[in-house]
Design a protein around this ligand. Structure first.
Ligand code: FES
Length: 106
């Protein structure tokens, strides 16, 4: 069990508890974090689980695969540390991580 802080575009913070192994998207949905639509249910097909990981935590999230990279390339608010939440599996090393939510999902 750990905690991840989701920060909305207006700086509203939401602290969510998670069990390692769930995806970042699932953690957000389970904790009713606003701004994560997850329309495809985690199939890497909609791009509506876009998150921007804090610089200092980005290395902990691994590397986007080809499918994720393709979806991210179509994401309007893409940043250097953007990830699709459904493609990031949480680990205990992510306890304390902060991620930002874009103003709009696509
Ligand atoms: S939930 Fe659709 S791409 Fe992540």
């Amino acid at each position: 069990m750990g905690k991840i802080t989701f920060i909305e575009h207006d700086d509203t913070e939401h602290v969510a508890e998670f069990e390692a192994g769930a995806s970042l998207m699932q953690v957000a949905v389970d904790n009713a974090i606003p701004g994560i639509d997850a329309d495809c249910g985690g199939e890497c097909a909609c791009g509506t689980c876009h998150l921007i990981v804090s610089d200092e935590w980005f290395d902990k999230t691994g590397t986007p695969g080809d499918d994720e990279e393709q979806m991210l390339s179509m994401t309007p608010e893409r940043a250097r540390t953007s990830r699709l939440g459904c493609q990031v599996k949480t680990t205990e090393a992510m306890d304390g991580m902060t991620v930002r939510l874009p103003e709009f999902q696509m």
